[in-house]
Design a protein around this ligand. Structure first.
Ligand code: BV8
Length: 228
């Protein structure tokens, strides 16, 4: 990466698959067992808050027995050792990038370990169930929801992401199906802005044809090899 000064990395559920966290669209994935409309939209939450709070309680609880894998650790080494600009934009709501040691991480779809209060709209670090309607740490109202971005909601920090894409020499996409926007469009933005683009994914994705190079394989093998 001699001539590279600024890297943007986009990660998706595939980077956490080898840590035992379900992806969404693979066989047996989350969307096979739950209708997106029921558990990942504001309408679904309004219709049946207990179902949605229980869905995210189950995923938050599962995090306690999952560990970062070699891919997370390789990105953390890159973050620590490489002196250029780096931003890891993750679509994931797990905390495995941080627990693997990465620092320059941006959760564009929010985080399981954060709570959003629908009364005071404040966000708080959170690592407990919500199905029992606990009081908001700020306003004490029993109106917490998962601090995740549902379909139809605006992803977080889009300005910061596009600023990073404008300056990137290299855009690397790891473990994402390229099915969800605006994340799925970043490769085109980066390419049009002059970045080289690389995809590391178990199989070809919906956006593979937009990448200069696309490598298929497990993130736990491809990412350390690429970082080294
Ligand atoms: C927005 C919540 C605008 C948290 C998620 C029509 C109607 C309505 C909306 C739309 C529409 N058309 C487009 C849209 C926009 C919509 C969208 O893109 N829909 C799609 C389905 C067409 N997007 C939105 O609504 C977004 N917001 O557009 O707002 C706006 C404008 C103004 C004002 C207000 C709003 C919000 C999108 C965020 C939705 N929330 N999750 C949670 O529960 O986690 S999305 C969900 O899917 C995940 O968060 C994840 O981020 C996302 C993408 O999934 P992936 O990470 O790619 O995972 P997936 O399972 O799909 O793929 C895994 C990949 O890994 C596979 O390719 C597999 O091969 C690979 N893999 C597996 N194992 C490994 C591996 N790779 C390597 N190694 C392995 N071991």
């Amino acid at each position: 990466m001699a001539d590279v000064r600024s890297i943007v990395i986009l990660t998706g559920a595939g980077i956490s698959a080898e840590s035992g966290i379900d992806t969404f669209r693979d066989a047996g994935g989350l969307w096979e067992r739950h209708r997106v409309e029921d558990v990942a939209t504001p309408e679904g939450f309004a219709r049946d808050p207990d179902l949605v709070l229980g869905f995210y309680d189950m995923r938050r609880e599962a995090l306690h027995s999952r560990e970062p894998n070699a891919a997370h650790r390789a990105l953390a080494r890159l973050d620590a050792e490489w002196g250029g600009d780096l931003l890891i934009v993750t679509q994931n709501v797990d905390d495995l990038h941080e627990r693997g040691g990465a620092r320059r991480v941006l959760h564009m779809h929010g985080e399981l370990k954060s709570a959003l209060c629908t009364s005071c709209e404040m966000r708080s670090p959170w690592d407990a169930p919500m199905s029992n309607r606990p009081p908001c740490p700020v306003c004490q109202a029993p109106t917490l929801r998962p601090d995740v971005v549902w379909f139809g909601e605006m992803p977080y920090q889009m300005d910061r992401i596009y600023r990073a894409l404008r300056g990137a020499d290299l855009f690397v996409s790891i473990g994402t199906s390229g099915a969800v926007y605006p994340a799925a469009g970043f490769v085109r933005d980066a390419r049009e802005l002059g970045a080289r683009t690389l995809e590391l994914n178990l199989e070809r994705s919906e956006g593979s044809h937009w990448f200069h190079e696309s490598r298929q394989g497990k993130a736990g093998e491809l990412v350390p090899a690429w970082v080294e």
